[in-house]
Design a protein around this ligand. Structure first.
Ligand SMILES: CC(C)(COP(=O)(O)OP(=O)(O)OC[C@H]1O[C@@H](n2cnc3c(N)ncnc32)[C@H](O)[C@@H]1OP(=O)(O)O)[C@@H](O)C(=O)NCCC(=O)NCCS
Length: 395
């Protein structure tokens, strides 16, 4: 096998990278050129890496999108791995494996403390320490039930200050979304950046409305509405926004949503969500355990201290024995190499990623991803990492 090297993608490589992309996923569709320009601009200069052979020919590439993701209601820098593809004639020789490892190292250097991706194959990413973290859920509602939420709260014609949202609202929307993640203490959602919101609003990519205490961004196509974001701080704001989403029920009877699977709309709806949900699995990875643990949030009434032994060849900064302590909603991870004896739970990178994403230790044991430890230690780790992370945005 020829020798593989990794290096940053530069402007001149983009045609070669795009050609591999098109040989992997087919030609770019409508609007694809603008999308390609945008993602390239976002990741060139450190966030797009190529694998090349000894002659310098690009064999594969991958991107790290710069995201902010809620964990326990606090926000961490998350590297969203996407655009991983390998020239068909170079497949099966470890190009993607070499690339994934380089992406993890780069995320560590950039300060992205966790990483997520939507895989087409789990095996490739498991090799590099990713595990299934959860799903992106599409929940569907009958539009007329949502319409009723609006009319029952505000009366017909009453719109509660409803107005189209504009580019100037981007910062306000970002702040509302961030505050909502914190309020609900959720794990998984990515807060759209101010720049991303500005772009979406400027390009009229989604239909956008604002109201006192909330906003909604949705799409309308193929006889269905698809809600991408809906944030509300009061029942009145929620009612008005859901009311406008459902207001076209005569023409578009179906409303899909990519939101928290436990969005409170379910509690107020005068009917049931559709039985069919669509779920897309995503994988997560801890890139820098110490920094990620110190930065994320925890349940304010959780008070616990427990040791964990990690072996992580691709992110050596995670390796070693750690004391994980949680109190008053905050955590600290302290190196405890040479700590007192006793049996400590031992995980490799995949087990650490699964634990981080809320899989209980009993499940890790059953999957062969954890060894050692004690029942007491297992319960403590379950208390630390309890949660059901969900991602709402596909990337
Ligand atoms: C998936 C892809 C990136 C793998 O690239 P590659 O350089 O051949 O991967 P590697 O040689 O490093 O193989 C790593 C592992 O990935 C898995 N893998 C690779 N191709 C696979 C496929 N088509 N189906 C299932 N698993 C696959 C295998 O487990 C493989 O290990 P193995 O060969 O020991 O079984 C490449 O086939 C590709 O570009 N596919 C189309 C685009 C795509 O799916 N990208 C991934 C987006 S998340």
């Amino acid at each position: 096998m020829s020798e593989l090297r990794t290096r940053d993608v530069v402007d001149a490589d983009l045609p070669a990278v795009l050609a591999i992309r098109n040989r992997s996923f087919g030609p770019l569709g409508t609007g694809g050129d603008a999308w390609w320009q945008r993602v390239s601009a976002e990741t060139l200069g450190g966030r797009m890496i190529a694998v090349v052979d000894e002659s310098g020919t690009v064999l594969g590439a991958g991107r790290i999108r710069p995201y902010e993701q809620a964990w326990g209601g606090r926000h961490l820098r998350m590297g969203g791995v996407a655009g991983v593809y390998v020239e068909p004639s170079a497949r099966g020789r470890g190009v993607a494996t070499t690339l994934t490892r380089a992406l993890i190292t780069r995320m560590g250097e950039l300060g992205d403390v966790v990483s997520c991706l939507f895989p087409t194959t789990a095996t490739l990413y498991r090799r590099s320490g990713y595990e299934i973290g959860g799903v992106q859920t599409r929940t569907t509602y009958a539009a007329h039930l949502l319409r009723d939420l609006g009319t029952s709260r505000t009366g017909r014609g009453g719109s509660g200050g409803l107005r189209p949202a504009t580019r100037a609202d981007a910062q306000w929307m970002h702040d509302l979304a961030r505050a909502a993640s914190a309020r609900h203490g959720v794990s998984g959602p990515m807060v759209p950046s101010v720049a991303a919101l500005e772009g979406t609003l400027e390009r009229d990519e989604l239909i956008a409305y604002a109201v006192d205490g909330g906003f909604v961004l949705y799409d309308l196509s193929e006889q269905a509405v698809t809600v991408e974001h809906l944030v509300a701080t009061t029942p009145e704001a929620a009612g008005t926004l859901w009311g406008v989403v459902g207001s076209g029920s005569s023409a578009t009877p179906t409303v899909h949503t990519y939101l928290d699977p436990r969005d409170p709309v379910t509690l107020g709806l005068g009917g049931l969500p559709a039985k069919e949900v669509r779920q897309i699995p995503w994988m997560g990875r801890v890139v820098d355990l110490g920094a990620a643990f110190d930065g994320r949030g925890f349940g304010p009434h959780t008070s616990v201290e427990v040791d964990l032994l990690v072996e992580d060849a691709d992110a050596p900064v995670n390796s070693g024995r750690w004391t994980l302590a949680v109190s008053a909603g905050r955590g600290t991870a302290t190196r405890a190499d040479g700590g007192p004896g006793g049996s400590v739970l031992r995980v490799e990178a995949r087990g650490l990623s699964a634990l981080w994403c809320g899989w209980s230790v009993s499940r890790l044991r059953q999957a062969g991803l954890a060894t050692g430890g004690t029942p007491e230690g297992d319960a403590a780790l379950d208390a630390v990492f309890a949660g059901q992370p969900f991602i709402t945005e596909y990337f």
